[in-house]
Design a protein around this ligand. Sequence first.
Ligand SMILES: C[S@@+](CC[C@H](N)C(=O)[O-])C[C@H]1O[C@@H](n2cnc3c(N)ncnc32)[C@H](O)[C@@H]1O
Length: 248
Amino acid sequence: MEYAYLAKVYDHLMEDVDYEQWIDYIEHFLDKNLISKKDRILELACGTGNITVPLSKKGYELIAIDRSIEMLSQAQQKAVALNLTIEFYQQDMLNLQVQELYKTILCLCDGINYILDLKDLRAFFQKVYSLLREGGVFIFDISTYYKLKEVLGGNTYGEDLGDITYLWENFFSEEEETVEMDLTFFQINRNGFYEKHKEFHIQKAYRHQELQSLLKETGFSSVESYHDLSFNQPRENSHRIFFVCRKP
Ligand SMILES: C[S@@+](CC[C@H](N)C(=O)[O-])C[C@H]1O[C@@H](n2cnc3c(N)ncnc32)[C@H](O)[C@@H]1O
């Protein structure tokens, strides 16, 4: 299962990510759309809570969902350590079971790339739209087609982290427009032997224009897209694109 073993090293792999910058960036759009701290945020694919926890620390109320119990458990531990009240639920975001409507829905750091089928993505956007209140915003990002094909595709990464050593091999399929990620972990057990664990991920490479059209078709009145954590237009070689979609 995805993010079962990876949950143990996820935060280490994300060490170079400036989450403070992500939080400031997201807050900019919340402020711009007059979202107050009292408006509960629904966060999808929250992972280990790297966005959830800082937003909660800033005073936002959040409900956070992920399908990996291992990732949620890391997130929960961080929230408990800081005495924060965050509702975490294990759910598949393609089959969301939530009761209320929200002013903000977030899905950050590749969550959308894990939706492999265009039909599922269309239904997901419609569901998100239906869960937004009038004037609400849906903010998400993608790893771009360019990044998955030209940067990750065909490349292998690895690191010796002491207790755990990992190998991360990436294969891009032109036909499927996906990147297959083959992760191998070696961890020393109590007896001093290495245990080998495997995990397999697939991410879909979506094109910017394809998403833009789909979101407009869903009914969002404005769909803004930006090059990686900036306020500039996406470029041909952007690695990440953020989308800010507003319900009329
Ligand atoms: C790259 S991590 C991002 C985590 C977090 N948003 C962050 O910014 O660090 C992607 C997360 O998406 C979750 N995910 C992927 N598909 C999902 C689905 N269908 N439903 C719920 N969570 C999903 C994975 O379990 C994983 O925790």
